[in-house]
Structures are given as C-alpha cells and as structure tokens.
Design a protein around this ligand. Structure first.
Ligand code: ADE
Ligand code: ZN
Length: 320
C-alpha cells in the first residue's frame, strides 16, 4: 500500500460493495443470497473479461434496496478512501442498474448524495457525483433517466458511460451527451478498456468528453496518442482492474509506464475496488513495486489526478 494525497476520478460506488457488506445488507433486507457463505462468494471473484465481472457486479447490487443501504456503502468507501490518501473523489453511480430492479431514482440518488454531503466534514474528502449510463441498454432510456435526474435537481456534476463496451460504441449516445452539455454537466465516458481506439475518437469527437475512463487501448493508434497528449486529455487508468478483467496479462504488462513516456495525462484509480483486489493505495503500491516508479513519477500521477478533477481552482490549489 502506498498513500499519496490524490484525487480518485474513476470509481463506481456499486463496485465498492465488499463481500461482508453484501451479507450484512442481505440479512438486513431479508434477501436470500445465492452463495453458501463468504468463502463461496469470494470464490467467484475470478474474471475472464469485463462481462464476467459485470454479471457478478449487477447480481450483487441487488442487496441495495433502501436509502440507508446506499448511504452506508458510500460512507464505507469514503472512510477507506480517506485512509488510502484520497482527498477528493468523483464517484460514479449506475441509476439504471437500480431502476430495472424496481429501486426508485430518489432512493439511490438521495442515499449516495446524503453520505457525500457529510464527506468533507467527516472524512476530509471533497466529492462530486456522476451519473453513469449503461451503454448496453437503449440510449433512449439513458436520455429519459437524465431528464428525470434534471427534473429532480439531482446533485450530479456530470455524466458517464459504462458497462459492456464492445459492440456499444459512443456514437449511439450523442443525444444524451448533447442534453448533458446543454444542462451544464461535465462529460466523461469509458472508452478503450476492451473496445478499440475508434471508440476513444468517438467519445472525444461525438460526445465531447472531457476525460476518458481507461483509454489504455489508445496506444494502438499513434495519431490518437498524439491528440490525447497534445490536448492533455485525462485518462483515468485502473491498473488492478485491467489485470483482473484480463485486459492485460499481468501488472508487468500494463501500459501505464508507456503511457507516461508518451506524455499522456494519466492518473491512477481503483474502478471497482471490492472486486479487483484493492483501493487506490493498493494500486499505487503495486505499481511502485512492479515498475520501480520514482518519487517524481508517483508525484506526477497524483498531481495529474488533481489537475484533472472537476473542482474550482481554489480547491485544486488546496489539493496540490
Ligand atoms: N461498470 C463498473 N465497472 C466497470 C468497468 N470497469 N468497465 C465498464 N463498466 C463498468
Ligand atoms: Zn470503470
């Protein structure tokens, strides 16, 4: 573990649901889990690709039913993030994954938001909430949920795009991102995790995103690398996630050092830490061990996270 004062910019709150909390919430809500015990659940944390993870991720979030459940997972993450050195967190949530289970938008949004509202005072972590839309569901549904979020004046700073990438290019979501832009929201999207460099181009050119989540496959396209470097587009990279979802074979094969060497604006994040073997401090620690990163390189990664955060200049200066 290596605690560096930093901002975490790529984090799915539903991916912070630790196995113990899954059992606790199942009991609280009277839900019968399809696992014999904790060990049986943990045995299933072996993934072959993104979809194999998403199947377990969507299934486990069924224990989240009440506003208190959403507030509790959020507080648990903030406590752990603060211990990891995180001083600012921009947190994605997947509203559609709850709506399809019959959980009201107000329940999930207000639960997460209530925990975030107390975060600076309780944990010293400033926060922002980002509604991520599921790219493997219809874009019309995403647009409708965005309209509902705007109508309820949800305290979101931006929108994202996640879930199964291949076969679901950014180009399908232009209207959603156009509406978000008109509403003054920040825009990010997962691209180039499993999907090809073309999806990164589309996210930039068609959706107008300000950050790319993952983006590791950009290295297959020199013109794209040049564009990303020239514009210093932030790439929120998640090394342990990429290993566990088999986007790379081992951490030694991770392209993060190559990305830094090409002048890309890369920062380190945990994605779904309860599933991928560690929080942001674990990511930093394993990167240092694997690549022998220097103090300067680690400081650059931490500073990149702060300069890529959606915060006012005053807060940015306080974080640097
Ligand atoms: N949802 C949660 N984690 C994700 C990831 N790594 N990629 C795409 N969608 C996700
Ligand atoms: Zn992600």
């Amino acid at each position: 573990m290596l605690q560096l004062p930093s901002a975490e910019l790529h984090l799915h709150i539903e991916g912070t649901l630790e196995p113990e909390l899954i059992f606790e919430l199942a009991e609280r809500n009277g839900i019968a889990l399809p696992y014999a015990d904790l060990a049986d659940l943990r045995d299933r944390y072996e993934f072959t690709d993104l979809q194999s993870f998403l199947d377990l991720y969507y299934s486990n979030m069924d224990v989240l039913r009440t506003e208190a459940d959403f507030a509790d997972i959020t507080r648990a993450y903030l406590r752990r993030a603060a211990a990891a050195g995180v001083r600012h967190a921009e947190i994605m949530m997947d509203p559609q994954a709850h709506l399809v289970r019959g959980v009201a938008l107000e329940t999930c949004v207000n639960g997460v938001a209530s925990a975030l509202a107390g975060s600076e005072a309780e944990f010293g972590v400033s926060t922002g909430l980002i509604a991520a839309f599921l790219r493997d569901r219809p874009a019309g549904e995403a647009l409708q949920v965005l309209e509902e979020l705007l109508a309820m004046d949800a305290p979101i700073i931006g929108i994202g795009l996640d879930s199964a990438e291949v076969g679901h290019p950014p180009s399908g979501f232009v209207a959603v991102y156009e509406r978000a832009r008109a509403a003054g929201l920040r825009r990010i999207a997962h691209a180039g995790e499993e999907g090809p460099p073309e999806y990164v181009w589309e996210a930039l050119d068609l959706l107008g995103v300000e950050r790319i989540d993952h983006g590791i496959r950009c290295l297959e396209d020199d013109a794209l690398v040049e564009r990303l470097a020239a514009e210093q587009v932030p790439l929120t990279v998640c090394p342990l996630s990429n290993v566990r979802l088999r986007a790379v074979d081992t951490l030694k094969d991770h392209p993060l050092p190559a990305m830094l060497a090409r002048g890309l604006n890369v920062c380190v994040n945990s994605d779904d830490p309860a599933y991928f073997g560690g929080y942001v401090d674990d990511n930093f620690g394993q990167l240092r061990e694997t690549f022998g990163l220097s103090a300067d390189e680690l400081a650059t990664l931490a500073a990149n996270s702060v300069r890529s955060a959606f915060v006012a200049q005053q807060r940015r200066e306080a974080l640097l």
